[in-house]
Design a protein around this ligand. Structure first.
Ligand code: SAM
Length: 257
């Protein structure tokens, strides 16, 4: 993974090794990230707060509190979508080079890479970047072809996009959680909730969109909840509705040679 100075993570979380044999590697990771290492027993007894960086024999994951009963959440291996049907692939179009400036757990980037796109994933949370880096290494070692087309950069896209150029820039920033959430305890342990705990609500969306429009040769694609207002209130040039989400398309601000 290429690393550039990243914005501090919204949460200072602990690394937990699921078993004693993994403690040396987990301790090294904790040192690298500058966060504490917590014993699995202490986590089971309620330590570690609302989210930890979980280290087990399947790799790195993020995980909610032991009391929630939630399982580790980790990136899913890239899976092919049907090119003509998947709204994300339709939104990106025929272009080959995609910069995913809000990588998260890499689900959308994986869909694009599985469909043959070269994807640069930029993630500013050092914890999420570590989880993604670990998953990419494992997939490559297992011969997952799409993983070879995925390149991770641990950085804040607001800095990265200043000098980057790609056919398409893809943005999927956090969408604010409804007050109170209306979410059950069980649902709160799911990936979006953990991502939000780690990444916070992204408050820099107007800047990100305008930098993305300068970095894109052909288009910017923004993923939004289906009925949400457009990103930063900026009307898109077009939209592709999916079942639960919508892809807003923006033209580049400059034409790149
Ligand atoms: C909703 S998640 C993206 C989920 C992703 N599309 C997936 O399939 O897993 C948003 C992610 O964007 C990251 N992010 C937000 N602003 C960023 C920025 N300026 N630079 C890099 N990453 C950013 C957050 O840390 C968070 O992980």
């Amino acid at each position: 993974m290429k690393t550039r100075p990243a914005a501090p993570s919204a949460a200072r979380i602990a690394v937990v090794a699921a078993e004693a044999a993994l403690e040396p590697a987990a301790g090294e990771l904790a040192r690298r990230l500058g966060v504490p290492l917590l014993a699995a027993d202490a986590w089971r007894a309620g330590g570690g707060g609302p989210v930890v960086l979980w280290c087990d024999t399947e790799g790195l994951a993020v995980r909610g509190p032991a009391a929630s009963g939630a399982r580790p959440v980790r990136p899913r291996p890239p899976a092919s979508a049907r090119a003509g049907r998947d709204p994300l692939l339709r939104a990106v179009g025929r272009w080959t080079e995609v910069l995913d400036a809000t990588a998260g757990l890499g689900g959308d980037a994986g869909t694009l890479a599985a469909a043959g796109r070269q994807v640069t994933l930029v993630e500013r949370s050092p914890v999420l970047a570590a989880v993604l880096d670990d998953a990419l290494r494992r997939w490559r070692a297992a011969g997952v072809a799409a993983a070879v087309r995925m390149r991770l950069v641990g950085a804040d896209s607001r800095a990265f996009l200043v000098t980057a150029i790609a056919d398409v820039v893809f943005l999927d920033p956090m969408y604010p959680e409804a007050p109170g959430g209306g979410r059950s305890r069980a649902r709160k342990a799911e990936a979006p909730h953990l991502l939000r705990l780690l990444a916070g609500d992204d408050g820099d969306q107007a800047e990100l969109l305008s930098l993305a429009r300068r970095a894109a040769r052909h288009r910017v694609v923004v993923k939004r909840p289906r009925h949400a207002p457009p990103l930063a209130g900026r009307p898109p040039n077009g939209s592709l509705p999916g079942r639960t989400v919508r892809y807003d398309l923006y033209a580049p601000e400059e034409v790149h040679p």
